[in-house]
Every structure is written in C-alpha cells, then in structure tokens.
Design a protein around this ligand. Sequence first.
Ligand SMILES: [Zn+2]
Length: 304
Amino acid sequence: MRFESLNPFRAEQENKEQRKAEFAEFIKAFDFDKLKELIRGQVRPDHGDEISICPAEKIVPDFSGSSGEYKPETKIIKFNPDRIRDRADMIGVNPDIMFNHVLIHEELHAASDTPCDDNSVMVREFNVGFSRVTRIKKSPITITGIYKAWNEGVTESMAREVTHDYVTGTGLFSEENFDQYKKTLEEPSGNPEIPYAPEVELVDALIDRLADASDKDRREIWQMVKDAFISGEGFNSQDLNQLTREVLPDGFLADLAGASAKLTVRRLTAELKSNNKLGLLSSPVIRHIKRMVEGYLESMGKLG
Ligand SMILES: [Zn+2]
C-alpha cells in the first residue's frame, strides 16, 4: 500500500487539484467568440452590439456553491464542476453537455446585464434581463428585486436553445446527443435537480396565453421576450408592454414581478393555464401581504 492512500487529506488535495485542472481545460477549450455570435443571432440586430459576456479570466471555480452563479456586482461567474457532475448524475444526463449548458445560462445573465444608473448617492440600480438589481453603495449588499423567477425562466429557456446551437455547431455533440439531453430535462418528472423546470413552464404558459389571445404566434412573442431580456427593457419594452396590457388580467404582472418562490411560480402557471382571472382568486389584501413576504424572501436571495 502506498503511503498517500493512508492520508485522506492529501488524497483529497490531489483530487481537488485534478478537478481544478479539468475546469481550466474546459474553459480553455470553450469558444467564447462563437457563444457571443450565437447570442447575437438570437436577438434583433440593433441589440447585438450592446452584448458583452464574461471572458475566461472572469470565470472562477467554486467547489462549495451552486452549479453556477453570475455576480452582477463584480461581473464574475462562479462555476462548480462537482455540483454539475452530481446534478447530471441525479438527472441522468451527459455531464459534459451540462458543463456547457450551465456556463451558457450564466453567460446569458452577463449578456443581459446593463449599465447602471449612478444618479443616486445611496444606491446603484441596473437591470439584468428582466430583474432589477439594487446595490447599496459602499457596502457589499445587493438586492435582486422583481421578476426574479420570470427572469430565470427566460434565461433558462434561452440557454437551452443556445446550448443546442453551441454544442452541435461546434461539433462537440450530435443532434441525437442533444435531443436526448433536452428530452430528459423536459420530461415532467418533478425531479428538483432539473434546472428551473417550474420557471421554464411558467414562461411557456405565459407565451401560450399571449399567443392565444392575440394575432401573434408563439415564435413572434418569444422573440419579443428575448429582445426585452437582452436590452434590459423588460416589460417596459414597447411591444411587450402593449401586448401584456391588452391580454393579461389586472394585477398579473405585479404578481409575476413578486414571484420568486417555487410555490408562487406553480400557482401563476396554473392560473395562466386555467384562464382564471387572478383578481377572483384572492382578495387584494391577501395578495398584497403575499407580495410583501415574497419580496422579503427574495431580498435574501441572489441570482442563481
Ligand atoms: Zn440563473
């Protein structure tokens, strides 16, 4: 028996070094120019020039956190290869596709980050996709307010499209490989390891509802959503604002803005699918209290 195997600390250290080397290799091989080009191809040409993504040196391995995380205050992506491998294992999908998928999801947060308004003495505020980030100046406190769940759903739906284009376009995986991967994510398995399944379902339900109630088709509406996401205009973008105002029941966007907990996401999805008017389901007072509680819980969270 070799001495090393009797020393668990040393074995763990060596293992960690090896995983760090694997991470470095993955980032080195990743084609950032290609990704940027693919994201540009997803949105209207006039939004394309504003897009910037995190370069390789701003992506750091973090073996203790969630699969991936974009930090708007430092413009850094944290990436946890161990967590991604475990997750892929528990879902039953190819971990190498998931490496690309998680990085692309986080890069889409970076791509939808917008310059901040620096008018106030106390805070800096800026949009990351549909969500609004408020940073208290001279302190590390960052609050991700409004449209948190919706923003994750849009990010993730788009990430699945871009990951398809990236892994098949670069020849890393075949169409069949990716189909298999995507199918497993889309199965209604209820597996909590599947990234943002309820949020993606919410996005689908809202687009269906808007398509049903207007003369626009799903594809057109999804395009509007993607443009509003990348530009950071969110529901203030002209076409989306007009469409949602015409179609959605009063108070729906306020509820959507406040939604961050999975339970709320599922309730809103069910309501969109059942065509109920939200106002009839709960009194304004109860909805107001719910929003306050969700807002508080959300202020404890961050972009995942
Ligand atoms: Zn995210």
